[in-house]
Design a protein around this ligand. Sequence first.
Ligand code: C5P
Length: 404
Amino acid sequence: MATAELAGKHLVLGMTGGIACYKIAELTRLLTKAGATVQVAMTEAATQFITPVTMQALSGHPVYTSQWDARIDNNMPHIDLSRTAQAIVIAPASADFLAKLAHGRADDLLSTLCLARDCPLLVVPAMNRQMWANPATQRNVAQLRADGVVVLGPDSGAQACGEIGDGRMLEPQATYEAIASFFQPKCIAGRRVLVTAGPTFEPIDPVRGLTNRSSGKMGFALARAAQQAGAEVRLIAGPVSLDTPWGVVREDVETAQQMYDAVMQSAADCDVFIAVAAVADWRVDQASADKIKKTADGRVPSLAFVENPDILATVAQLPDAPYCVGFAAESSELEAHAQEKRQRKGVPLLIGNLGPQTFGRDDNEVVLVDASGTTRLARMDKNALAAALIREIARRLPDASLIS
Ligand code: C5P
């Protein structure tokens, strides 16, 4: 994500020996682009896979590889490097290094650094599937978890050795997302959040249909922000070309009716429902099973429409309804229209944005309208805005005081 969401964060990125070292070049780029200060430390084995020169160029800082480093004034890199860090991330974390960590060994710079740390430790395992499945590795990972170490991944799939299975390192973007998520305050921890996003597509015939210009970016950003803030998130998406946010369960639908059905399946099991999708108000009555052909006499077809169900209003009326949040894109008199829409839909909170010019943009400016009035948020990048909106939603939840 091209945001400065890790501005002010200082990380030690510890690399151990494994072919996944090549992924760390890209991870370093993502972390620094997001504003983090990245201090790389490598084991001797890691330097066999990628050079300290590459990692220095990408991180913008000298790379440490030895316990005996005269560049540090007091010659104690194992103490100095971790004292300014808010977290140590070991990526890739080899089976051998996990074993060392689990046993508290300290026989090189990186293991000593980890033992001497006073900040959280995150590990991103990368190894052959048999090494990962080996009871010794599983024992070590269980021990690390019990010691409070955060284990990210591993992924499953094709491995550099040619085998297929669990053990490959998370991709750089997924690793980045997991690290960014780790740093977010958990203001909505333990809540189940259901989000709709994107446009719907209403068929006219097998090759044509009606849709709208919603990009899905705001809904996806909200799903991501809710996940990062500790929620269990289910995202029901219309047709968009966006990656699923890390840790979010996604279901793809096309039509408003399919979105309605998918939401109704999950609505009873959620605490918060955020309806961001730009749902078509009408669908074509009796879409043609065959492609509608041009006629020789130039007659144009006419389409009859029927109304789609209002998903948000229906969920809001359920007995034991979740806390419902609606969105409204208005072109004028935003606050008045938003307040009217909030009451008509029967929802406690409505977020109004001055659309449709916000469709597809990476930033947005919104007002929050609830029973007590209007709150205006400054124009922000959609990810920052999504995080701010999740905080606003979290503090309005009926038993918000139960949440840290
Ligand atoms: O009535 P309008 O479409 O302006 O309302 C917008 C809000 O209602 C959004 O939160 C949208 O996701 C939701 N909505 C819905 N089902 C519809 C129409 C809108 O959930 N059929």
